[in-house]
Design a protein around this ligand. Structure first.
Ligand code: MG
Length: 382
């Protein structure tokens, strides 16, 4: 049976109830910090940031409740003494309208997006799918420090997670399973489910030893999702006695014409954020034809773009805005504009730049027919 992508409702269960201390440290490995965030937070973010995953459940040990509550976008469930019990608790807690589930080991905090996508794609035509890599090293058996034999590696794979399943099928398999299983593929196979092997990745590291933290830190740095967007806006002058630029009222012999408060600088920054997200532009989110935005403070638009970024797991790293006009003179107001934009964006002032240039009296800005603004925004998912 083939399931259409839009008919799949996918949940994820991140298994994080283990007490494993082999990796060293004072707390279990999933609550240790890598590059400023806990291992469990990195693991969850790979799932909470995806639009094709509807719900993420984090299964923890009750002692770790305070750590877990720091993680956004997950529902916390308490697990049990063994991995099987914890997975089952997570599966039982998933909302019943989901069709599929991805079960992931919290220690794999560097799972690349394509590994998750590969499992989801395979689930359209299989009851189970899991990533793995073929064994390429020679395999030996050893005895008393000496090689005692060679093992044929043909057909051998190194299993990874997330392991994906039809939710009703894996739930039934877990309810029926007795004894200990190494992973959910074993539980599924015991219930007679076929499990397709999908493409794993060497970068899908499972943190086990103290050295693995360094390797994971390096991998997470290279995986950092950095987005750049640009924005451009123009507003013409009209009758009036002030303009609003980057949230600051500047006295002038003219005003700027526009549906909202015509803050050309703030509009350019807002469009730069939408641009970085690949999420349209101001006109699309706030149609000029809609009377409710007449005279609106442009802060509403900027706040909307910021919320869209945050809801997708991005934070703003910096913005840079250039205002292009002969008059009014921006210099005396640029510090206020920078401070206002930093306040609205909830950023340190050093991450915000507002500068100005003339166009050497050329073009419409040179003829003082209006003001143009250019902006760049950098967004980082972390
Ligand atoms: Mg505009």
């Amino acid at each position: 049976m083939t399931v259409k992508a839009n008919e799949m409702q996918i949940g994820a269960v991140i298994v994080a109830a283990g007490r494993g201390m082999r990796a060293g440290g004072d707390v279990p490995k999933q609550w240790q910090t890598i590059n400023g965030a806990r291992v469990a937070a990195w693991s969850c973010a790979h799932f909470t940031s995806r639009s094709d995953i509807a719900e993420v459940i984090l299964v923890i040990h009750p002692d770790d409740q305070a750590f877990a509550e720091e993680i956004k976008g997950v529902r916390i469930i308490h697990g049990g003494a063994s991995r099987d019990i914890s997975v089952r608790a997570g599966l039982e807690a998933l909302s019943s309208d989901l069709t599929h589930v991805l079960i992931h080991d919290v220690a794999r905090c560097t799972v690349p997006a394509h590994v998750i996508t590969g499992v989801i794609k395979a689930l359209r035509s299989a009851a189970g799918a899991a990533p793995a890599l073929p064994v390429t090293d020679a395999l030996w058996s050893g005895l008393n420090g000496k090689v005692s034999g060679a093992q044929d590696r043909t057909g051998l794979y190194r299993a990874q997670t997330p392991q994906g399943f039809s939710l009703p099928a894996i739930l039934a398999a877990h309810r029926a399973h007795t004894g200990v299983a190494a992973d959910d593929v074993e539980v599924a196979r015991a219930a007679g489910l076929d499990v397709v092997i999908t493409q794993g990745d060497e970068a899908n590291l499972k943190i086990t030893t103290p050295d693995d933290f360094k390797r994971a830190a390096a991998l997470l740095e290279t995986q950092m999702d950095i987005r750049l967007g640009n924005g451009f806006d123009v507003h013409a002058f009209c009758e009036g006695d002030h303009v609003i630029l980057c949230g600051v009222r500047v006295p002038h012999e003219k005003a700027l014409k526009g549906h909202s408060d015509a803050d050309v600088g703030m509009h350019a920054v807002t469009d730069a954020i939408y641009g970085a997200l690949g999420d349209g532009d101001i006109g699309q989110h706030f149609p000029p034809s809609d009377p409710q935005w007449r005279g609106a403070a442009s802060e509403i638009f900027l706040r909307h773009a910021l919320d869209r970024a945050r809801s997708r797991g991005f934070s703003i790293s910096n913005v840079d805005c250039t205002l292009i006009c002969e008059h009014p003179k921006i210099g005396p107001h640029s510090a206020d504009m920078k401070a206002k934009m930093a306040e609205l964006l909830e950023l340190d002032a050093e991450r915000v730049s507002v500068k100005a240039t003339t166009s050497e009296r050329l073009g419409f800005t040179g003829r003082a027919e209006g003001i143009a603004a250019l902006a760049t925004a950098t967004l980082v998912k972390s």
